[in-house]
Ligand binder design. Structure first.
Ligand code: ADP
Length: 279
C-alpha cells in the first residue's frame, strides 16, 4: 500500500458557485503498479494527479504516501507533463542535471548520472543540443530523463504523449514499458486514450464525469511488451469503451442536443479509441 487515496473530494469555483469536480475518490496504489487514470476530458484526472503530487489541495479526504499524509510536493513524487517545459537556455544535459545540482549533487556526479539516464531514453548523443533543436518526442524523452534522474519512487505522468504524433507515441509507449520494467517505478499515468492505457498499464482506473469519480477498475494481466493488435487487449478495449460510453454521452448531451446517443459507428473507432479533447 504505497499510496492511499482516501475519500478525496475537490470543488472549484465555476460560474460563481462551487462545483464538485471529484467526489469520494478512494484508491490504493501498490509498489510497482502502473496505474492509468482513464476518463473523458474534464472528469478530474489531472486534478487528482495534482492532488497526489501535492500541487493541489483537496477539499475533502487525504492522500497518504508511505504512511505520510501529503501536504505538498516532495522529491519522491515527480511529475512529467504534456509540455516538456525544458529550460530553453540550457543544453539537454544541463536540463537533466538541474534538479540534481539543486539537491547538492556534485557537478561531476550529476553529469555522470544525467549521461546515464539520457542513454536510457536513447539521447546519449544529443547531450549538448538545446531544446529548440529537438523534436517534440525528443523533448519528452528529456523530460522523462529529467524526472528519472532524481530517482523518485513515484512517477506521475499527465498525458505525457498527448501532443505527439502517432509514430513517436508508439515508440515512446514501448520505451516506457521498458523503463517501467527496468526501474520498477510505481507509475500513475493520466490519459484519455483507452488504447494507450491498455498498452501500458497493469491497472486501469476508469473515472466518470459530472462529477468526477471512480466508476470501475480493470486489471490488465498480460506481460509486456504488448502487441499493438493483441486480441486480448482489443477485447478489453471494447469492454472499457462500453463502460465509458455512458460518460461520453453525458458530456455530449451538454454540448449538443439532449437526444444524442453514442454508437460505435458515430465515434472515431480508430486504432487509438481516443476520446478526444472535446468528449
Ligand atoms: P481532466 O484532466 O480529466 O481533463 P481536469 O482535472 O483538468 O480534468 O479538470 C476537471 C474539471 O475541473 C474541469 O471542469 C476543469 O475546468 C475544472 N478545473 C480544473 N482546474 C481548475 C481551477 N484551477 N479552477 C476552476 N476549475 C478548474
Amino acid at each position: 500500500m504505497a499510496i492511499q487515496i482516501k475519500g478525496i473530494g475537490k470543488s472549484f469555483p465555476q460560474n460563481g458557485k462551487q462545483t464538485n469536480v471529484l467526489v469520494n475518490v478512494n484508491l490504493t496504489v501498490n509498489d510497482g503498479d502502473f496505474v492509468s487514470l482513464l476518463g473523458p476530458s474534464g472528469c478530474g484526472k489531472s486534478t487528482l494527479l495534482n492532488i497526489i503530487a501535492g500541487l493541489e489541495k483537496s477539499t475533502l479526504g487525504e492522500v497518504i504516501v508511505d504512511q505520510q499524509v501529503v501536504t505538498g510536493p516532495a522529491s519522491d513524487r515527480v511529475m512529467v507533463f504534456q509540455e516538456a517545459a525544458l529550460f530553453p537556455w540550457l543544453s539537454v544535459i544541463d536540463n537533466v542535471m538541474f534538479g540534481l545540482k539543486i539537491k547538492g549533487v556534485s557537478s561531476k556526479q550529476a553529469e555522470e548520472m544525467a549521461q546515464e539516464t539520457l542513454k536510457m531514453v536513447h539521447l546519449g548523443r544529443f547531450t549538448k543540443a538545446h531544446p529548440h533543436e529537438l523534436s517534440g518526442g525528443m523533448k519528452q524523452r528529456v523530460a522523462i530523463a529529467r524526472a528519472l534522474v532524481m530517482n523518485p519512487k513515484y512517477l506521475l505522468m499527465d498525458e505525457p504523449f498527448g501532443a505527439l504524433d502517432e509514430q513517436t507515441k508508439l515508440l515512446l509507449h514501448s520505451e516506457l514499458q521498458d523503463i517501467w520494467q527496468k526501474t520498477k517505478k510505481t507509475i500513475i499515468f493520466v490519459t484519455h486514450s483507452i488504447h494507450e492505457a491498455v498498452q501500458l498499464s497493469n491497472r486501469i482506473v476508469l473515472l466518470g464525469t459530472r462529477p468526477g469519480r471512480i466508476i470501475k477498475e480493470f486489471a490488465i494481466p498480460y506481460s509486456q511488451p504488448r502487441g499493438k493488435n493483441d486480441p486480448n487487449l482489443t477485447y478489453i478495449e471494447g469492454q472499457i469503451f462500453d463502460d465509458l460510453k455512458v460518460e461520453i454521452e453525458k458530456v455530449m448531451q451538454e454540448e449538443v442536443d439532449h437526444d444524442y446517443h453514442v454508437t460505435p459507428n458515430r465515434l472515431p473507432w480508430s486504432s487509438d479509441r481516443d476520446m478526444g479533447s472535446h468528449i
